[in-house]
Design a protein around this ligand. Structure first.
Ligand SMILES: [Zn+2]
Length: 73
C-alpha cells in the first residue's frame, strides 16, 4: 500500500517532464514547480484526496480480481 512518504509521479501537462513528490507533500500543498519547464502546476486538495482514494481502491480491486489456483496433489 502507498505510504505518506512514498513518491507520487506528476507529469507536466505542458512539457511532459516527470516530478516526483511524497504523497504527504502533495496533500499538504496545492502547487509545485515543474522540473522540466519551470511552470507552476496547481491542483485542488480535494482532487488529490479523491484521486489518492481511487488509487487505493485500484490496489484493493486488483487483489479481489485474482484467480486463486490451488495445486492439487
Ligand atoms: Zn513542464
Amino acid at each position: 500500500m502507498f505510504g505518506d512518504s512514498d513518491e507520487w509521479p506528476v507529469w507536466c501537462p505542458d512539457c511532459g517532464a516527470l516530478t516526483c513528490k511524497p504523497i504527504r507533500w502533495l496533500l499538504e500543498n496545492t502547487r509545485l514547480t515543474c522540473s522540466g519547464c519551470g511552470a507552476q502546476l496547481a491542483w485542488y486538495r480535494e482532487r488529490m484526496e479523491r484521486d489518492l482514494e481511487d488509487a487505493y481502491r485500484a490496489v484493493v480491486n486488483f487483489s479481489k480480481g485474482l484467480r486463486v489456483e490451488k495445486s492439487v496433489r
